[in-house]
Write a protein that binds this ligand. Structure first.
Ligand code: CUA
Length: 322
């Protein structure tokens, strides 16, 4: 049904609307239900508009015509409009139950992944290994990952349109979700609930890869942070430790545990800065450090009024954190 819809409506081979391009059984069940509802509603709309249109033309008042005779009762029509909707509701019930069965995870099981929403970024924890990262969630392809969703502040909403249903992230009340990708690749996610000024910059990606790739990635992440060797990077480390950076950011074995802002232990491997606001390049990092407020107005990282030399040293240090 979904393929038929895609073939008819979308000209290109690859659909640009993520909900019509599901990449997991859970998202496919939701997409199927949506397409079926859309088609049924379209058919009903066409029938109603058609009948009204025909009636307007065929039964319009003509000069000299009399009042038409009234109709009372029509068993055939009554059967059609009673049985028809019942069949439609049964069909929707079956599809809904299938979608719910596929999407509903157990809530009393240890999660594979803990995602904590913050204003305005995502903390990602792998409880089995202790790995902590931000805004980029790595999972294995073709396997269901049980994710526990927590909030560090206000209500957010975790949404990866191609992979899973939307799920509210509520402070004090963890929610659970299945995260699964049928094909390897990178899937875009976002916050789906208005949560303050930078709600639109609370982007993340889910990277689905093979089990050996994920194992290698996790092993890398378990390593302590690189020790800087160049003069400039060493100065950067000293600045990181002496300024207020350590109050919010953690770098394993370098600063005490703080999680008001993303963990930076392996920061240089991430693709974006500020939860998707910039790509993580040397030039962008410098812009960000010089004035985060100019790039993501309202975010909680203040303008530290770094000198060019300080910002340059911090950039060289942070770029070593692979
Ligand atoms: Cu978090 Cu919107």
């Amino acid at each position: 049904m979904r393929r038929l819809f895609l073939r008819t409506v979308v000209a290109h081979r690859r659909c640009v609307i993520p909900i019509f391009d599901p990449a997991s059984p859970q998202a496919a069940a939701i997409s199927d239900l949506f397409v079926v509802v859309l088609v049924i509603c379209g058919v009903i709309l066409a029938i109603v508009v058609g009948i009204v249109g025909i009636s307007l033309v065929r039964f319009r008042q003509r000069t000299g015509s009399e009042e038409p005779p009234p109709y009372f009762g029509n068993r055939k029509l009554e059967i059609i409009w009673t049985v028809g909707p019942i069949l439609i509701v049964i069909c929707l019930l079956v599809l809904t139950a299938r979608g719910m069965h596929q999407s509903d995870p157990p809530v009393n099981q240890e999660p594979d992944l803990i995602v904590i929403a913050h204003q305005w970024w995502w903390e990602v924890r792998y409880p089995q290994t202790g790995v902590v990262t931000a805004n980029e969630i790595h999972i294995t392809v073709g396997r269901k990952w049980l994710v526990r969703l927590e909030s560090g502040d206000v209500i957010h909403n975790f949404w990866v349109p191609q992979l899973a249903r939307k799920m509210d992230v509520v402070p004090g009340y963890p929610n659970h979700i299945w995260l699964e990708a049928s094909a390897p690749g990178k899937y875009a996610g976002t916050c789906g609930e208005y949560c303050g000024v930078d709600h639109s910059w609370m982007r993340f990606s889910v990277i689905a890869e093979s089990p050996p790739e994920l194992a290698a990635w996790l092993l890398d992440r378990e390593n302590p942070a690189n020790v800087p060797t160049s003069d400039s990077a060493q100065r950067g480390l000293a600045i990181f430790q002496s300024m207020t950076c350590i109050n919010c950011h953690s770098i394993r074995d370098v600063s005490v545990t703080a999680n008001a802002a993303p963990d930076l232990t392996h920061f240089a491997d991430r693709e974006t800065l500020g939860a998707g606001v910039l790509s993580n390049t040397q030039a962008n990092l410098l812009l960000w450090l010089k004035n985060p407020q100019a790039i993501k107005p309202g975010c909680f990282m203040p303008n530290l009024k770094l000198t060019d030399a300080q910002a340059g040293a911090l950039v060289s240090y942070l770029r070593t954190l692979k």
